[in-house]
Design a protein around this ligand. Sequence first.
Ligand code: 5GP
Ligand code: MN
Length: 343
Amino acid sequence: MLENLISSENILAVEKLLAEKNRVVILSHKNPDGDAVGSSLALCHYLRGRGKEAVVVLPNAFPDFLAWLPASDAVVLYDNETERAKEAIEAAELFFCLDFNTLSRIGEASEPVAAVDAPKVLVDHHPFPSDEFGVEISHPVACSTSELVYRLVCRLSGDEAVTFEMAQCIYTGMMTDTGAFAYASARKDIYLIIAALLAKGIDKDLIYRKVFYNYSLSRMRLTGYVLNEKLKVYNKHNAALLTLEHGELMRFYAVKGDTEGLVNMPLQIRGVRFSCFLREEMPGKINVSLRSVDDFPCNEVAAQFFNGGGHKNASGGELHCSMDEAVKLFSKALQKFNKQLTE
Ligand code: 5GP
Ligand code: MN
């Protein structure tokens, strides 16, 4: 029923590795989101079901609204439990690299990983994968890495191998990476997969509520403050900017995940095609989130101005400077990309 996306060569290569290797470490990117955590846990469940010793190593913590995911305790955080994470990495016979396209995206964990002589299987939907992976299952057309994990498991063992727990994780990743199927989700196969996941017994409305109706009051207040006082629209460029300095985040007791999704909101304004959110994580360290609609390639802006990259319509980066300097850089980017923003 589904069109084959993953090549038969890659399926055979993964099958061969799984026949030979036992200790598996699943890696995903820094500041893990619903797709990073969902795809990693789904694959971890599958591998454990096949009798493998599998563990998920993430560079740092994921937001609270994902903590209900089944077996989120299978996760080791590299920044908090460095020794345990290193032990797992050093003992690994096989790595799965999920939802990132270059090892630098896993931060400091990339050092011990690069030092281990074990094959690396990439499963990802970002464009332009680096050449660091032995098996490359890279499909930018997929809505999420979770979609690819579903496809991979089905090709290896059939849909009957997908458990209720795996279905919950996969659905969560597909839902969060598409804004609950509002973008990057126009392919019919996505809905065939959703139907298959529903057949496993997942409650999609409940998953939606667990993820998106789970805000603290302070997060709600922070959103109100940002939209009311910190949103700037650049009408001439069809663009918008949100900024939050470290002091402001502290004032609203912001915790991990509290600003997730904010960057999408200005795209709801008529005419706005490009949105940028500058968040000063630590004094002098600014996290950049970019979103766009249609053909405007915000990953090119991320690469040229913000030391980053990502998807055409969702990308990000990092700056080490003051907020004023970051805002100036954003203005420069608007000048440089003005033609594409206004055509
Ligand atoms: P977010 O805005 O949700 O943090 O990130 C959106 C997307 O941008 C991520 O899925 C990832 O593809 C990309 N991204 C975010 N930060 C970085 C970064 O520092 N470097 C690169 N290469 N991509 C990033
Ligand atoms: Mn993803």
